[in-house]
Design a protein around this ligand. Sequence first.
Ligand code: HEM
Length: 454
Amino acid sequence: MGTAGAQQFVRWGLRHGILRRFLVRRARSGDVGARIMIDPELREDPYPYYEQLRARGRLVVTGLAPTTVDHGVCTAVLRSPDFGTGVRAPSELPALARTAVRLSSGGPLSPGEPPSMLAVDPPDHTRYRKLVTRAFSARAIAALRERVVRIADDLLDAMAAKAAAGGTVDLVADYASLLPATVIAEMLGAPVTMRRQFLRWGAGAGLALDPGLPYRDFRRAERDVLALQRWMVGHFDRIRRSPGDDILSALVAVHDEDTGHDDGRGLTDDELTSIAMLLLAAGFETTQNLLGNGAALLVRHPEQLARLRSGTASWATATDEVLRFDSPVQRTARMARRDTEVAGTAVHAGELVVTILGGANRDPAVFADPDHFDVTRADADRHIAFSQGIHYCLGAGLARMEGEIGLRALFERFPDLALAAPPNRRPTRLLRGFDAMPVTLGAAVSRGRGARAR
Ligand code: HEM
């Protein structure tokens, strides 16, 4: 192992290895909080374990961190100014933690660490978010609708052709992942020809969001994030030579002009790269789970699909029900910025609270018969799958539209779609979806009929 390898090993140890040992030990002793994070047995179906937590209270002090599956408590914590992302500047840390940060520095930019938008508090968060909000406004998304329909139809054509030629169709690789990857690449002005490469890098980056990674996964995550980062920096040079009318060109202009914002600062190199990488990866890493989870649920619940096909249920509500029932982002966390109280329990400054969005979305205090998948559920949109508070998903409107159009177009074209083999769950915990779903398409309904129905 060379110097870079040794540094990477130290980084792994400090960021994941020590925590991994702790989590494995706690999980073996039966700690549900730790098992949810790390136990392979829970990957397929974590929901019964969320119910174990619910039975113990609204905020449960597990051996790991206070954890909640309660809709009201999750919402309150995520919206509370008493909580932040928890990543503090090195200068604010105690000496030992400062040393650990110094020793573990040197890796690629991580989606879960500053200056990632997900991992910073105001004022930096406000400054980043202002730069990109308009591109994701309801108006901007509505203008993309026809284009998304077209992309879905083209992918379905390609799938039909593949099946006709005797190939095995994988609903994740051939549709659920390519649809959002194509849409976000076009929005950002990134080459659509690279969408499969982006997906491979994104899958590695997605690993980095889980705590206590084994060394092998950590190496893969760093390798893929670094490759995406290098590509992005090269892409900025291409933009400088020939800027377009797209989001990345606008961000590069802000960085290069240093025009200043309310606080007089433009974007640093790392801020620019981090925002661009997050927009690209968040644009498909999660939506592909929505489409994959939705397809699997509808194939397994033909009575629900029949309601959608007969027009007695709406695809928009069905999309929210998929987001509620099998949330693509299962959890997030916040750190107390000061001593406070949550659901009657004292939480001290610096303490982390784990908010399990996938559990909150099955809260019986909010959703009647929550373990029942029901595409006519009137209040399905009360889910918090897009989080709450200042980090509420920037792409929620886009994701909802892609989910609605993507699922509808799929089942209108292939009403007899069936699983050819059990789908395979992704290895990630925080992100919940499938990475393979072999299907048979059945007879196709002609493209014209689906398009008219829209
Ligand atoms: C079904 C699809 C999606 C789901 C379930 C989802 C979920 C989430 C969640 C839960 C958060 C907040 C995490 C937290 O509070 O710690 C978030 C933030 C974010 N999402 Fe999404 N997302 C989806 C699609 C998208 C899309 C299509 C984009 C487009 C670029 C996107 C961009 C972002 C960004 C930039 C943030 C950070 C916002 C901030 O920190 O202010 N997401 N998303």
